[in-house]
Design a protein around this ligand. Structure first.
Ligand code: FE2
Length: 288
């Protein structure tokens, strides 16, 4: 049995398209979609269309990510998001979703499992108990989750950091992020091969059309609506480096120093300036 695990597409339809082509070579028996399909990149409908095509073609399991949960919650209580701030990115995506899309998100399970010859495989976004738990390699969260897991394998995402770990007689595969990876300009997903009682997992990386997705930020309106947050996502995609995380850390520092608040856009602008994000974007947009 061959499983492809895909997580954290974040509306990067250019990456998903390249990955879909690559899936044709791997011919998986099952595709596990691990959440965070939309938000952060332009035109979420393009991603949802591709997602529907892939799930129509391959046997698939689809679970919810924290981003989908945000949109379900916002429909119930639509307040607090504003264009020109960090939340403007979410509002842009929300306004480009239909009621049917959000009904679909609401129908998705928090986690699910597969009975394989190797044993039980749990599919989750963060961890089997917590959709928003960030699990990084060699972390305390990883050890605790693996120790407590009632299965032979966990497939997860959310941290955008891909890895394969084995301990306590179990395997964890974090398939990283298809759309906004943090250590590569390629797109990434995981392939798991199960044969009788043995399992083998690898992270696959594939080049994709970065220029295409970057070129859509301005005409889609997302560039202005998502303000600095959107720029950090672009810088991440362009460089394959952790500009989004770095900016978040710097904003937290600045907010503490100035007794301000995390969503103060001025702090985001300063952090982005210190990190040279405007220059990275200007250079990239000049070549698309
Ligand atoms: Fe997530």
């Amino acid at each position: 049995m061959r499983i492809a695990a895909i997580s954290d597409i974040h509306s990067n339809h250019s990456a998903l398209e390249a990955a879909a082509d690559e899936l044709n070579k791997y011919k998986p028996d099952l595709v596990a979609f691990l959440g965070d399909y939309v938000s952060d990149c332009p035109y979420p409908q393009k991603t949802l269309k591709l997602l529907r095509e892939i799930t129509d073609f391959y046997p698939s399991k689809v679970i919810i990510g924290n981003r989908e949960q945000y949109f379900i919650d916002y429909r119930k209580s639509p307040n607090g998001w504003k264009f020109g701030t960090r939340s403007g990115s979410l509002l842009y995506t929300y306004e480009n979703l239909t009621d049917e899309d959000i009904d679909y998100f609401a129908s998705l399970p928090f986690s699910t499992d597969i009975d394989s010859e190797y044993g039980k495989i749990i599919l989750c976004h963060g961890s089997p108990d917590d959709c928003r738990l960030v699990i990084k390699p060699e972390s305390e969260e990883l050890d605790r989750t693996m120790k407590n897991a009632d299965c032979k394998m966990i497939l997860c995402g959310h941290s955008h950091t891909s890895f394969v770990d084995e301990r306590y007689g179990k395997i964890m595969v974090n398939s990283g992020s298809m759309g906004v990876p943090v250590s590569t300009t390629e797109t990434e997903f995981a392939i798991i091969d199960i044969e009788k009682q043995s399992a083998k997992a690898e992270i696959v990386r594939v080049p994709y059309n970065v220029k295409e997705i970057i070129s859509e930020f301005v005409p889609s309106g997302l560039f202005d609506k998502a303000a600095t947050w959107g720029k950090t996502i672009m810088a991440n995609i362009i460089t394959g480096d952790k500009y989004n995380q770095r900016c978040v850390h710097r904003v937290i520092q600045l907010a503490n120093e100035r007794k301000s608040y995390f969503d103060d856009e001025k702090l985001w602008e300063q952090a982005a300036q210190e990190l040279g994000i405007d220059y990275i974007i200007r250079e990239a947009l000049a070549h698309v």
